[in-house]
Design a protein around this ligand. Structure first.
Ligand code: 5GP
Ligand code: ZN
Length: 104
């Protein structure tokens, strides 16, 4: 179920736009609207979960698999010297969008 008012649920539903990079049954990868680096993208589960404490093991695995699939494409296209994977849980940790997401 999408969560009312959640921007990433709106993106999943197509109610809000995004620059889509990859999609499968459980996950979506799209460009971050305020990139901190070239190629900054987000991988999210389609099913709303606020954070690591809420996401199902299946969706967490699916997010990891999508990251594993997309990261080599980023590396091939942009040839970065390195790649950070970051995921924040809770406002105190710096999370600002409360729909689980992993930054690449
Ligand atoms: P957090 O600090 O919660 O880990 O990061 C949230 C990220 O979501 C930020 O990097 C921010 O730029 C990105 N973001 C917030 N709203 C939108 C949006 O509507 N579209 C896209 N593509 N990214 C967003
Ligand atoms: Zn959501």
């Amino acid at each position: 179920m999408p969560k009312a008012g959640c921007i990433f649920c709106k993106i999943v539903c197509g109610e809000a736009p995004c620059a889509r990079v990859f999609e499968d049954e459980r996950t979506l990868a799209f460009m971050d609207i305020q990139p901190l680096s070239r190629g900054h993208l987000l991988v999210i589960p389609k099913q709303h979960a606020e954070n690591l404490f809420e996401i199902s093991a299946e969706d967490l695995t699916a997010v990891a698999m999508t990251s594993h699939r997309v990261a080599p494409v980023l590396r091939r296209v942009l040839e970065p010297e390195g790649l950070r994977v970051i995921q924040l849980n809770g406002a105190a940790a710096g999370q600002t969008v409360f729909h689980y997401h992993s930054h690449l």
